[in-house]
Design a protein around this ligand. Structure first.
Ligand SMILES: Nc1ncnc2c1ncn2[C@@H]1O[C@H](COP(=O)(O)OP(=O)(O)OP(=O)(O)O)[C@@H](O)[C@H]1O
Length: 649
């Protein structure tokens, strides 16, 4: 149909709808007819007004953004790029959650004013049930990219809009969100749908990569030059070759549907088999693999693995167990803390297996790695979650009080005792979880009493004669090497074995592979109302820092930096850090190898100046003021030059 006859058909369909209160499929294409039908069934009137109650308040919006922080983090740069492409077309770029609630809008300020009047602002819902046919709502209903122009909108009041939206899917096909461009309805936005679909693919690929860090990934295409582009297929698979996730292009290239995920092995789809690729990759990590499909066609691929690859020569399993899909896996409290680090995830998976089985858990890790948060999440993920979680820091309790605090005491048991007695923390944890932090610091005499409680499952309060039964799950934590404490006689061996049912170790921050996502999570918690990001150069510096205080120190740095940032700023950069923080972050620079030049001489003026800065920092042993004085530049210029170099790809 040409444009005038389309417009005529649409007018007829609308008249029919208004006059007869029914949809006429005669004048509409199938998809539009389905959507109008759904809008009608939702009780919406084409000439009706929208209900303002469908907009989230600030708190609701903050919660929504916190819940989707990872999607937001990966989408924001793409949205900015997308907006550059439509800058002069009176448009906004919008990200909505899977229910059609707008989470972020980026756009033309003039049009944003207008958009605000039609509720195209964060917090508003554009679900079909609320607003009838529109690109966001209809893309959700149809689970495909959709453009809705002018009068195709079900509500007449939205007829001045043209919108194009594409779903963003996870590697297992779960709807994560909707990307949309909405603008004034004018003829001639022919490329917008393609643009928004490509941008959605970019976000999907970034998310799939981020979510699959713990898996092996093949990036493939039917041309070698296509690998690494937005058109590439990405397939994520387990070490024993089960396909666990794939983007749309990969499904097409491999000739499989989503239903094949978790039930198909790559060896059945591509030759030569997995072990040969792993061996090839080990010999030449960046080489392009040439793979054959069963129909004889060729695919080119690069293998990526952030985790250590399978040992060479490992025999393929005869009957590998079918895996559980990541999305179908738990959405418990532990998984909410999981930001993708493989060691952290392994610890969480192991703890999940023993929850509710009466096996004590010992969490080890440096101070500030999040042991208590982990223990609390483990409690909330297990069958005792409706019971209490009682956390005791054994190092912080005064020795004179620790016994009565833990075991309770009878009324008037000693001078200063509570008149009515105390139940004690062990009994407070009844039917819940007792978390003993810094267990390595518990005095030896108390270790003996604790051991008795754990063996007999009952407590005798101080000054009482009768024992009281207790029933709690036990999680202990320590930053000490308990085994060594046992060897040195500071910790009872029998208690150590009793506590150590399952021992897991949480990685220090400097060794985590998920810094970007973790940062995003922390920022979303600190600033739920601002979609924040860290400048890439600064994030690289964070990634190289030693972080002796681990997550506690990092969260505190981010918190201070966010507080110092102007309200309208959303990218955290060097200038938002305090002087002390900048100094501390640059401290390791003099220890690290000079990053730019390596063994080759500097190739440009910028490299030359950077190499001079690193040398000066080396000479001043990290003292920035001294290095700047030696170079004859201000401290600000030194930071700026370092920052600029770090944000270069
Ligand atoms: N996954 C996380 N997300 C957000 N914040 C976190 C996370 N893990 C830790 N933190 C932050 O780090 C701080 C320290 O966490 P936590 O007290 O659980 O560490 P810890 O290992 O038990 O420390 P310590 O050994 O000193 O007792 C918390 O107050 C919190 O601010």
């Amino acid at each position: 149909m040409d444009i005038p006859s389309q417009a005529l058909a649409l007018r007829k369909a609308r008249r029919h709808l208004i006059e007869h209160g029914r949809c006429s499929s005669e004048h509409l294409d199938e998809r539009l007819a389905r959507s109008w039908q759904r809008s009608l069934a939702a009780g919406l009137q084409p000439l009706g007004r929208f209900d303002p109650a469908a907009t989230l308040d600030t708190q609701g919006l903050s919660l929504l953004r916190a819940r989707h922080h990872e999607l937001l983090a990966h989408s924001l740069p793409v949205m900015e790029y997308l907006f550059e492409q439509v800058r002069h077309s009176q448009s906004v770029v919008v990200l909505a959650d899977p229910q059609g609630t707008l989470m972020h809008t980026h756009g033309d300020t003039h049009f944003l004013g207008k958009a605000e009047r039609i509720a195209l602002t964060s917090g508003a819902s554009w679900h079909e049930q609320e607003r009838g046919t529109n690109a966001i709502g209809t893309a959700i209903a149809e689970l495909s990219a959709v453009a809705i122009h002018g009068g195709e909108h079900y509500l007449e009041r939205n007829g001045f809009l043209t919108c194009a939206a594409a779903p963003i899917l996870s590697g297992t096909g779960q709807l994560l969100g909707i990307l949309d461009i909405s603008g004034e309805h004018r003829p001639g936005h022919p490329h917008t749908l393609g643009l928004v679909s490509t941008a959605a693919r970019m976000i999907e690929n970034r998310l799939l990569d981020a979510h699959s860090r713990h898996l092996l990934r093949l990036h493939l295409h039917h041309r070698p030059e296509g690998v690494g582009t937005v058109a590439e297929g990405i397939v994520a698979f387990s070490e024993d070759g089960w396909v666990l996730g794939a983007n749309h292009s990969a499904l097409q290239l491999l000739g499989i549907g989503r239903s094949a995920l978790a039930s198909t092995r790559l060896d059945d789809l591509l030759q030569p088999g997995l072990q040969r690729w792993l061996d090839a990759q080990r010999r030449a990590p960046d080489q392009m693999l040439v793979l054959q499909r069963p129909d004889g066609s060729t695919l080119y691929a690069r293998l990526r693995c952030d985790a250590p690859p399978v040992p060479v020569g490992r025999a393929p399993q005869a009957t590998p167990t079918r895996p559980v899909l990541a999305d179908a896996a738990t959405t418990d409290a532990l998984s909410k803390l999981d930001t993708g680090d493989r060691r952290w995830r392994t610890a969480a998976d192991r703890v999940r297996r023993v929850l509710g089985k009466g096996i004590p858990v010992l969490v080890q890790g440096e101070s500030g790695v999040g042991k208590e948060l982990f223990a609390r999440a483990a409690h909330e993920s297990g069958p005792r979650r409706s019971g209490p979680f009682v956390a005791i820091n054994c190092a912080a309790l005064p020795e004179s009080l620790i016994e009565s605090e833990l075991f309770g005491h009878a009324p008037g048991a000693f001078t200063g005792a509570h008149r009515h007695g105390r139940t004690g923390l062990l009994r407070d944890a009844h039917r819940g979880t007792l978390f003993l932090d810094e267990i390595g610091d518990m005095p030896l005499a108390l270790q003996t009493r604790l051991l008795r409680v754990l063996q007999e499952r009952q407590v005798v309060p101080v000054g009482a004669s009768a024992a009281v039964p207790v029933d709690f799950a036990l999680i202990c934590a320590t930053h000490q090497n308990l085994r060594q404490a046992v060897d040195e006689g500071r910790f009872r061996a029998d208690l150590y074995y009793r506590l150590n049912g399952l021992c897991v170790e949480l990685p220090p921050l400097r060794e985590r592979s998920d810094l970007a996502v973790l940062t995003q999570r922390l920022l979303a918690e600190i600033e739920p109302d601002r979609p924040m990001a860290v400048a890439p150069g600064l994030l690289d510096t964070f990634g190289r820092h030693h972080w002796p205080g681990n997550l506690r120190q990092y969260a505190s740095l981010l918190r201070t930096a966010c507080a110092l940032m102007p309200d309208e700023t959303t990218t955290l950069d060097w200038e938002h850090l305090t002087e002390d923080q900048r100094e501390a972050l640059l401290q390791p620079a003099w220890q690290a190898p000079v990053p730019v030049t390596g063994s080759r001489p500097p190739q440009s003026l910028q490299e030359l100046s950077l190499s001079a800065i690193h040398r000066a920092l080396e000479n001043s042993r990290g003292n920035v003021s001294l290095a700047a004085r030696q170079l004859g530049i201000s401290r600000q210029t030194l930071y700026r030059k370092l920052g600029a170099s770090e944000s270069r790809p």
